[in-house]
Ligand binder design. Structure first.
Ligand code: SAM
Length: 274
């Protein structure tokens, strides 16, 4: 029976429609040569299908109470290993190395209370997945895959590493218990030519650009880095940008170019500021 409730402990809203589970797993285009990491297998809505289509499956579940029924359910699936643990605390590179999972895809219906943290972890880890098929809260999916002109720190953080796209939406009625929000399934494909930018400096620039949402880039950067406006204006123009632009108008390539331009500046005051 499906019940509507308050937000659940550990984001446990289980997918109830097998056709949607199939659509999610099909989106990963799996073959028997693929390794798949699933985060939060729950009651196994996706896990069994993943086991049938992929070569090997590692599934990390935090809730010990779900593990025994899940293992029972997956009894005949010898290519699947359930690991009890918190994906944010596990030593991910070690787990991937031990399982020979340096090359893998992620397929998951993510726990929504830690979606951004998990995506960030997977993008920044030593062995990032080549591709992820993720069910996320609809609004979060839309923000990650923002169209040009509507970028945010979240969308830039993903687009620095990968190309995200919305695949389809899933209404809330397809979960038990029914959550307060609808969902979106997104595909996130790792970029082949990753920028060589210093990550810390790059994201300090992006955060500075977005520091005050309504303000122009010129003002935000000048305030954050304590630089005269005419110096910031020159840097922006050198990077092919207009000082009147706002952070949300810049695409990831613009931020990369702006970061490079800043790096090349010989302005003493910039040193140590980022
Ligand atoms: N895959 C199942 C499905 O589609 O029905 C369950 C999805 S449910 C939205 C999220 C799952 O993530 C739950 O089983 C929950 O226990 C698990 N989970 C929550 N936090 C976790 C964490 N930090 N590490 C691993 N699993 C977690």
């Amino acid at each position: 029976m499906t019940t509507k409730s308050m937000p659940t402990k550990l984001g446990q809203n289980f997918l109830t429609d097998p056709a949607i589970a199939e659509k999610i797993v099909d989106s990963a285009n799996l073959s028997k040569t693929d390794n798949v990491l699933e985060i939060g297998p729950g009651q196994g809505a996706l896990t069994e299908l993943l086991a049938q289509k992929a070569g090997r499956v590692l599934a990390v579940e935090i809730d010990k109470a779900l593990i025994i029924p899940l293992k029972k359910e997956l009894n005949d699936q010898k290519n699947t290993e359930i690991i009890t643990g918190d994906i944010l605390k596990i030593n991910l590179p070690k787990m991937l190395e031990e399982n020979n999972f340096q090359n893998y895809k992620v397929v998951a219906n993510l726990p929504y209370y830690i979606t951004s943290k998990i995506i960030r972890l997977l993008l920044e880890t030593k062995y990032p997945p080549t591709e992820m098929i993720l069910m996320v809260q609809k609004e979060v999916g839309e923000r990650i895959c923002a169209p040009s002109g509507k970028e945010s720190i979240l969308s830039i953080s993903v687009k620095f590493y990968a190309d995200p796209e919305i695949l389809f939406f899933v209404p809330r009625e397809n979960f038990d218990p029914i959550p307060e929000v609808d969902s979106a399934v997104i595909r996130v494909v790792q970029k082949k030519d990753l920028s060589r930018a210093d990550i810390k400096k790059f994201f300090s620039l992006v955060r500075a650009g977005f520091s005050s949402k309504r303000k122009m880039l010129l003002n935000n950067l000048s305030t954050s880095f304590n630089l005269p406006k005419d110096a910031v204006s020159r840097i922006l123009k050198k990077a092919g940008l207009e000082p009147t632009q706002r952070a949300q108008e810049l695409e990831v390539e613009n931020w990369i170019k702006l970061n490079e331009t800043l790096e090349k500046q010989e302005i003493e005051v910039l040193k140590g500021l980022r």
